[in-house]
Design a protein around this ligand. Structure first.
Ligand SMILES: C[S@@+](CC[C@H](N)C(=O)[O-])C[C@H]1O[C@@H](n2cnc3c(N)ncnc32)[C@H](O)[C@@H]1O
Length: 234
């Protein structure tokens, strides 16, 4: 089946690629470990959360699970453990990794922020790198959806990141371009998911346990600023 048959347009013109098309293209060209954001081990904050005495009860959702490294770790402590990614190739890779390590998790291909799960289905929602891939205009919907999916006492563990470069001066072509992208709800901008931006978005029923920034060195040797947050639903 050709791409145009799968993605027909009434006028016969090619449709502009969607976000999903762009992520599917990335996943066609490489495997998980070849992405610059890849971590071969679960992040230390997740390991700390699952090794403490305060583990939220219930199942866990790994949102934008990618190659499944965090899903596999989550599956050791939560039933059910569910990985969601909007790319089939990512979910397949994650499923194979979890199986190869003898753990059990379920996988769903779906596009956040709207997710096919019942309210209060999970004790933990883990997200490393998914929220930042969603348009800014849908961030409030994302947080409402996470709040809907969590049980009372459930937690959101969230990592978002952006390239650690100075925002270019306003009076430069690049500075204007980045600000226009920001106004159109695209990525980038000085307030891109900063702790304050997240504080403005998070529903009042979700109490802040931790919210801080730290640098992350990618496999390409570039630095990204990570905003890390842990929130508990009342
Ligand atoms: C930066 S990667 C992080 C992958 C994984 N969480 C990790 O830490 O290794 C983001 C992942 O989210 C997926 N993704 C992007 N937008 C999404 C959306 N709206 N809904 C579900 N998955 C999405 C991508 O396909 C990709 O696998």
């Amino acid at each position: 089946v050709s791409e145009s048959e799968l993605n027909p347009s009434p006028s016969g013109h090619r449709q502009p690629p969607t976000r999903r098309d762009r992520w599917e293209k990335k996943w066609r060209s490489r495997a998980g470990p070849q992405f610059h954001w890849y971590l071969s081990e679960p992040p230390p904050e997740l390991v700390e959360l699952t090794s403490g005495s305060n583990i939220p009860a219930g199942g866990a959702l790994d949102l934008g699970c990618g190659p499944g490294v965090a899903t596999e770790h989550i599956a050791r402590s939560f039933r059910p453990a569910v990985g969601v990614d909007m790319v089939f190739a990512a979910v397949t890779e994650a499923r194979d990794l979890v199986r190869s390590r003898g753990e059990k998790a379920s996988f769903v291909v779906a596009e956040a922020p709207v997710l096919p799960f019942r309210a209060q289905a999970f004790g933990l929602v883990f997200d490393r790198g998914c929220l930042q891939a969603i348009p800014r205009t849908s961030w409030a919907i994302y947080f409402r959806e996470v709040e809907r999916l969590l049980k009372p006492g459930g937690m959101l563990q969230l990592y978002v990141s952006k390239a650690a470069r100075e925002f270019p001066p306003l009076l430069s072509a690049y500075g204007i371009k980045l600000r226009l992208r920001w106004l159109r709800g695209k990525r980038g901008g000085p307030q891109f998911l900063s702790p304050d931006a997240i504080r403005r978005l998070i529903p009042s029923s979700m109490a802040e346990v931790e919210l801080r920034q730290f640098p992350f060195r990618t496999s390409e040797g570039k630095t990204r600023n990570v905003t890390y947050g842990l929130f508990r639903k009342a």
